[in-house]
Design a protein around this ligand. Structure first.
Ligand SMILES: [Zn+2]
Length: 179
């Protein structure tokens, strides 16, 4: 199984390269990413999180007992709108913590599927948030960069503790104590 790259690996702050549309090798990569996402109970994963600097994400925001993965090649945010909502987000690349992140409720995204066909997807709630979170990864932005300066300081401290305590990707409920 592919290994998840965790913060503070500098790879997570690099901008990923566009994929070649219709590239046959992307299908295998997407399958492998899917496997990692399900194994760690994630709702989304971006290629740089498994060490591949390509613009490809896999998401599955369906109810927990259902599987409905969607691969988005070269996803691009066309628009975000609606109220700004603050919700705690976890990330496979910063295991053990959740950070409050402000985002607009709705996102509309253009992407290609693995066959090279162009689509658009839009959504609010978990879908809107997940799309924005995963596309941030393609631009080298992790939760630490998305947080407010005050939340970032708090989160970095919590993350240090979580790392020391051995938090693994997928451990989002781990709650170390700040002293
Ligand atoms: Zn993430």
């Amino acid at each position: 199984m592919l290994k998840i790259v965790t913060s503070p690996d500098p790879l997570l702050n690099q901008v990923s390269e566009p994929c070649e549309i219709g590239d046959k090798s992307l299908k295998k990569l997407a399958k492998q990413m899917e496997r990692v996402m399900y194994a760690t109970d994630g709702v989304g994963i971006a290629a740089p999180q498994v060490g591949i600097l390509k613009r490809l994400i896999v998401i599955d925001c369906s109810p927990e007992d259902e599987r409905d993965p969607l691969t988005l090649v070269n996803p691009e945010i066309l628009d975000t709108w609606g109220d700004i909502e603050v919700e705690e987000e976890g990330c496979l690349s910063c295991p053990g913590i959740r950070i409050p992140i402000a985002r607009k409720a709705w996102a509309r995204v253009k992407y290609f599927d693995l066959a090279g066909e162009e689509w658009e997807i839009e959504g609010d709630g978990l879908v809107g948030r997940c799309l924005q979170h995963e596309i941030d990864h393609l631009n080298g932005i992790t939760l630490f960069e998305s947080a407010t300066p005050r939340e970032r300081i708090k989160a970095l401290k919590l993350y240090e503790e979580a790392r020391r305590a051995g938090a693994k990707p997928g451990d989002t409920d781990f709650e170390p104590r700040v002293r």
